[in-house]
Design a binder for this molecule. Sequence first.
Ligand SMILES: Cc1cc2nc3c(=O)[nH]c(=O)nc-3n(C[C@H](O)[C@H](O)[C@H](O)COP(=O)(O)OP(=O)(O)OC[C@H]3O[C@@H](n4cnc5c(N)ncnc54)[C@H](O)[C@@H]3O)c2cc1C
Length: 534
Amino acid sequence: MSIALNRRHLVAATAGAAAASLLSVAGCKAAPDMQGGFTGINLARGHLLRDTKAWPAPTVQRKTRVLIAGGGVAGLAAARALRLRGMDDFALLELEDEAGGNARGGSLGGMACPLGAHYLPLPSDDASDVQDLLEELGLRQRVAGRWQYDERHLCHSPQERLFFNGAWQDGLLPVQGVGESTLAQYRAFAALVEQVRKTVHWSIPAYRSPHTPFKQVLAAIPFESWLNQNALTDKYLRWYLDYCCRDDYGAGIVTVSAWAGLHYFASRHGFNAPGAESGEREGLLTWPEGNAWLTRRMAAPLGERLHTGQIVLRIEQGTHGVEVDAFNTASNAVERWQAEQVIVALPVFIAARVLQNPPDFLTQTAARTVHAPWLVANIHIEKPLYDRPGPAPSWDNLIYGDADTAPGLGYVDAMHQSLLPVVGSTVLTYYRALGNVAGGPAQGREWLMKKPWMQWRDEILGELSVAHPDLRQKATRMDITRYGHAMAIPVPDKQGRVGQVPPVFGRIRFAHSDWAGYSVFEEAFALGHLAGSV
Ligand SMILES: Cc1cc2nc3c(=O)[nH]c(=O)nc-3n(C[C@H](O)[C@H](O)[C@H](O)COP(=O)(O)OP(=O)(O)OC[C@H]3O[C@@H](n4cnc5c(N)ncnc54)[C@H](O)[C@@H]3O)c2cc1C
């Protein structure tokens, strides 16, 4: 499986040794000819909905049986469910020029890279719809009575490493050189996770397991409070848990609920303390273009039923049908659709804005949903980077540090899965969640809108250069994608709620990861499928 990878890493290591001499000359500035800019998401187009006072009257009339508003994972899953039901008379309207939402892909230097979501953990039986999708796409098949995944798309080894105390170590949990008291806290947390797993069933999608009073109590308090209650105070354990929450939920342990903090582990692989017997890493699927590999295949069968560059402006339900106005950005005209049913696969704050006379459950959900802003930077490098001691370059590479020294979530190597003999040249995809910066998500959004590309570039290069001092010399281009409202943060809820399956509202159904209260592929897909299945 990893012949090409090993060769790449060998070359990287050799080049790394040579590059060690570069260390003394590695300056602080980016290469003068480094290119880049903001890309991937059309912020101006999205904001037209908010800022336009009066839209022109509709000049085009269209008709369809089912109209889907929003072409992210949820909208595409709804379309798939309609197709599986034999329903062909539908249309999907998407704002961007490509469907996929947060799971779209791009390319840099001729290499594919993610613009957002980059992996899918192997789904459990709770996510049977996702399992079916993987089977349809040929990623999973039954061999001699057992399910097998396509090796080409399972994350190749080495999977992940952490830059900690001046060297790389295997895995993301700080282990090298930590004391016995830290290890004892790791074991204590692992035992508590096992205990909560035995108490109730935890599933993804979350709605497939009962939301018991036990979970409600957890959903009402911050994860940090739960850690305090259980005397889990070790700084390395907390750093790791904070990282996990920022990575999955866009905000850390102070901001997310204890339900969310535990769900991360209890619904998947548990928490494996170092030396634990079941220290197997969870299998996951990933591709150079990230989850766009999936969304492009979900969009392909739609053909002309997929209408991109369409801003849904107004949805109004009448006695005999639903009227939807959309601004066509190619023709600069407003088009009026008549549909028997509408599936609203939009973020809840947009759904509440465009739906006329919205039901209380929508306005209330929109009011209490807090969205994390995110930034994704794709960095093209032309030669292998100097590598500090420790395990070889991995798919996921994380740097230990605090909010000032390492505010990001590390980077994944877009060429990691590639079997092409391209040596050295690759795209590193760097992630940063801005859900719990000082000042909150609103501050994060302001930074995204106001900070110039060069400032982000210098911050990101500065952060990663701790592990790769020659990055500035070898990076040729950095393209940055900014998400103002990337994902719902599962914040504590006084009533202990954790998302919901949205009720049907007459001829209108809702589907979006926001309804789950947090955002992963399986949740968006399950809610979309549900909306398209009935
Ligand atoms: C940076 C980042 C990394 C992530 N990484 C992962 C990962 O590795 N694995 C994972 O499982 N999950 C990941 N996620 C979460 C995952 O991407 C989401 O759960 C999923 O893609 C959400 O799909 P959705 O359909 O619910 O929402 P969205 O992606 O928000 O889709 C909504 C769609 O509606 C469109 N739209 C909005 N307004 C309008 C309008 N007025 N008219 C028409 N269309 C409109 C949008 O353009 C968008 O396409 C990540 C998310 C982010 C932001």
